[in-house]
Design a binder for this molecule. Structure first.
Ligand code: FAD
Ligand code: MLT
Ligand code: ZN
Length: 462
């Protein structure tokens, strides 16, 4: 990275003003350590620009000085992609948090990249709409970060991931130029798709400053069920059947054995059904008219698969069931610094993977524990690994699990992205020619390599 001399720091400070150019370690700490605590970086300066133009001016200065940048939203990313691991400058988008009025006719909204998901959700909800992606980090994660990581969450099974919600973007490119295409036309085949390109790019191709998002009419009639099952295979079979028989299906989450007992301890609430089960599905249906009967009939079609079922209709009863899923990440964080592996398996290989992981791990590190759960409706299993007494597990364990997922034809990253944590494993899912194409795209949009240089792309193999 280029030399960061005082004159450059002064130029940065002149653009954002002294209150938004942080240098003291106690002021920058929350920007330089990731959410899990596993990735700890340092930065000579954290910048908090007010708008797109200030970001453009900052990038121009950085590009000229050859200074690398980490774009940051809510810093809730889980793959070490949002913190400065080699003394990069951090550009925080949190002040770009304004939403334009909801366009009810088009069912769309334009949101600043630094808008938290929760703020965007309440803004849309006031006009009777939902954002298509929801996840437990909603209070902190930002629209820009969610696009940059192509976040998934609990409603992918109905609305798709974040990439599918983006109709247009405004962004600052690595030379400080601004691209803006926010009209939100549903059909607009006028060349390459910037939303398609920047979604999932993890801050390596441009800094997203605004997004035009599609909205979904709010579905006020909801019902949830927790279904206890004997085996992982049964959970997979039940999920496939629910997807076939439930037009109002809104979410299908799964909690496996140890994880359910851990979160039950954490929230000090007993497991609602089937404490002896191996897997619990959490299912939500949502519609404009009461979907309870539809859910009941669909569960009846599962015949002998369920050990037991608990249903929640009123919001309090639904929340009581969902807390077992929503509180998992928090519960695990109380036990130490997990290595978070987030993989996708095809329905036909998923049970084999989930059943195989504990044996695989114990052969490498007998004191490590795998806590598994996830978005079963999309084949997404979260494997959170804790070492002995909450210490970090060995990297060998990560390697073995990601290789195992890839051997079974799965993805080494379902929704969290690659970051710095997984770039050495990207070749397990991407061919040399794909990686060469990735590098060509990166080289053309960021020729000086100043945008988030530590993430996504592995060093060229010799
Ligand atoms: P950050 O962490 O700030 O950044 C993430 C990446 O995006 C970095 O590479 C960063 O450089 C880049 N970036 C950030 N903002 C911009 C921008 N404006 N332009 C360009 N690049 C940018 N993720 C899921 O997908 N599904 C889940 O269900 C889920 N659940 C979670 C639950 C908890 C409790 C936590 C802590 C995290 C969870 N996550 C989940 C992970 C995380 O919330 C998502 O990855 C989210 O999209 C990150 O958003 P952020 O604003 O915090 O981004
Ligand atoms: C979640 O779905 O809760 C997160 O994506 C997974 C995690 O925190 O590991
Ligand atoms: Zn998730």
């Amino acid at each position: 990275m280029g030399k960061l001399d005082e004159s450059v720091l002064q130029e940065f400070l002149n653009i954002v003003g002294p209150n938004h150019a942080l240098q003291e370690p106690d002021l920058t700490a929350s920007y330089t350590t990731d959410w899990t605590g596993r990735f700890v970086g340092r930065s000579p300066m954290v910048l908090r620009p007010a708008d797109t133009f200030q970001i453009a001016a900052l990038v121009k200065v950085a590009a000229h000085a050859g200074i690398s940048i980490v774009p940051q939203g809510g810093n809730t990313g889980l793959v070490g992609g949002s913190v400065p691991l080699n003394q990069e400058i951090v550009i925080s988008t949190l002040r770009l948090d304004q939403c334009e009025p909801v366009d009810g006719l088009a069912q769309q909204v334009t949101a600043g990249a630094g808008t938290t998901l929760a703020k965007a959700q309440s803004h849309a909800s006031e006009q009777g709409f939902d954002i298509g992606v929801d996840l437990a980090a909603r209070g902190s994660c930002t629209i820009g970060g969610m696009i940059a990581t192509n976040a998934g969450g609990i409603n992918v099974v109905r609305y798709g991931a974040m990439r599918d919600q983006v109709l247009g973007l405004e962004a600052v490119l690595s030379d400080g130029s601004i691209i803006s295409h926010l009209e939100g036309l549903e059909k607009d085949n006028t060349g390459y798709s910037f939303p398609g390109l920047l979604a999932g790019s993890e801050g390596t191709l441009g800094i997203i400053t605004k997004a035009r998002l599609r909205l979904h009419p709010q579905l006020s009639e909801r019902c949830s069920a927790m279904i206890a099952l004997n085996t992982v295979d049964d959970a997979v079979a039940a999920t496939a059947q629910l997807r076939r028989t439930l037009p109002s299906l809104h979410a299908v989450e799964v909690i496996f054995g140890e994880t359910m007992h851990l979160v039950s301890d954490h929230i000090k609430a007993s497991i609602p059904v089937g404490p002896e089960a191996r897997a619990w599905l959490l299912v939500e249906v949502a519609a404009t008219n009461d979907p309870t009967d539809e859910l009941a009939n669909s569960i009846a079609l599962l015949e002998t698969l369920p050990i037991d079922v608990a249903v929640g209709i009123e919001p309090a009863a639904r929340n009581n069931l969902w807390q077992y899923r929503e509180k998992i990440t928090e519960a695990i964080a109380t036990r130490g610094t997990p290595h978070k592996l987030d993989v996708t398996l095809s329905a036909s290989r998923l049970a084999e993977f989930v059943n195989g992981v504990p044996h695989l791990i114990s052969r490498i590190d007998s004191r490590a524990t795998a806590l598994m759960f996830g978005h079963l409706g999309d084949g997404n299993v979260h494997v959170n690994i804790l070492g002995e007494q909450g210490t970090e597990p060995s990297e060998e364990v990560d390697r073995a699990v990601l290789h195992y997922a890839a051997e079974l034809g799965g993805s080494i990253s379902a929704e969290h992205g690659i970051g710095s944590a997984k770039k050495e494993f990207l070749h397990l899912n991407r061919s040399e020619s794909e990686l060469a194409a990735f590098r060509a795209i990166k080289a053309s949009l960021d020729p000086k390599g100043i945008l988030n240089p530590n993430v996504l792309l592995p060093p060229k193999s010799s």
